[in-house]
Design a protein around this ligand. Structure first.
Ligand SMILES: [Zn+2]
Length: 286
């Protein structure tokens, strides 16, 4: 399951209890973690409820840590432990039954999609078609989920920190974005530190983020917002909306590496997104 601490056992229990109820786009206040925690359920078709689970310690205004692939559990574990230990940050994850992709049944057909390919219309259509069945009503159902996530956790942000895991030498690495790589058109700048594992890298959408992580010696790429393939991923959506976006991509089971990268992301937040100064209300000119 997502986490192994006893505190999170309460979440799992909540998940099981709530999943049996027929809520659709309902908001539920959950008290197992703390007063700030709420769960949201979005219905898909006749039999699937996606649980959207936010966890907040002290909020950092305009910043969310976002985890959409349920099977990439190292990323979620690292983020939860990191936020717990630092006492600051808001994290949200999706739960739907463990795998990477989400499936649902509608009018006798089974549909399936990748929850990181649904944030543009083109991406939603492509991901449904890739896994088989497609219909306008299935597209509409997936749009409801995507719009719910973006309106609640993305659109009003100053920064989105996405969390993903890849596999050891399993295809996607920082080298995939270099000249000759499968995704060379998606990046305008790539920095590779040969001392670092190519599986571990930052994916950014702003030059200042790219420069920041390069300076720290991490593998990092800058998305080319003009030429990136519109695959419906959150990075493409953030690029379109001009929302600063970082993806911490690191190898599955390397939790300490993910935490090291989270700490660097927190440094970036401290430097580039300092808390807004509180106005001196006594200085009103009267
Ligand atoms: Zn992922």
């Amino acid at each position: 399951m997502l986490v192994k601490t006893s505190r999170c056992a309460g979440w799992i229990l909540s998940f099981l209890l709530i999943a049996t109820l027929a809520f659709s786009q309902e908001q539920i206040r959950d008290s197992t973690y703390n007063a700030d925690m709420k769960l949201f359920l979005v219905g898909l078709g006749e039999d699937t409820r996606v649980i959207i689970m936010p966890l907040c310690k002290k909020k950092i205004p305009g910043i969310w840590f976002v985890h959409v692939h349920e099977d990439e559990s190292t990323a979620a574990d690292a983020a939860i432990e990191f936020i717990d230990s630092t006492g600051a940050g808001c994290f949200v994850t999706l739960k739907h039954g463990m795998g990477r992709n989400i499936s649902f049944n509608m009018k006798g057909k089974t549909y399936k999609f990748d929850p990181n390919r649904i944030y543009t219309a083109e991406g939603r259509k492509a991901t449904l078609e890739r896994f088989g069945a497609y219909s306008d009503s299935a597209f509409s159902a997936v749009s409801t989920l995507a719009n719910f996530i973006t309106s609640r956790f993305i659109d009003s942000n100053r920064l989105v920190v996405a969390l993903h895991n890849n596999t050891n030498d399993g295809g996607l690495t920082i080298k995939s974005y270099q000249k000759g790589g499968d995704y060379q058109n998606d990046a305008s700048k790539v920095f590779v530190n040969k001392k670092e594992d190519p599986d571990d890298f930052f994916y950014t959408t702003s030059l200042r983020a790219f420069d920041f992580f390069k300076e720290k010696g991490f593998n990092v790429l800058l998305q080319n917002n003009k030429t990136v393939t519109d695959d419906g991923s959150l990075s493409v959506y953030a690029g379109m909306k001009k929302i600063d976006y970082i993806n911490i991509e690191s190898e599955h089971l390397k939790k300490e590496q993910q935490k090291k990268m989270l700490a660097a992301a927190m440094d970036y937040i401290r430097v580039c997104f300092p808390p807004k100064p509180v106005a001196d209300e006594s200085d009103n000119g009267k």
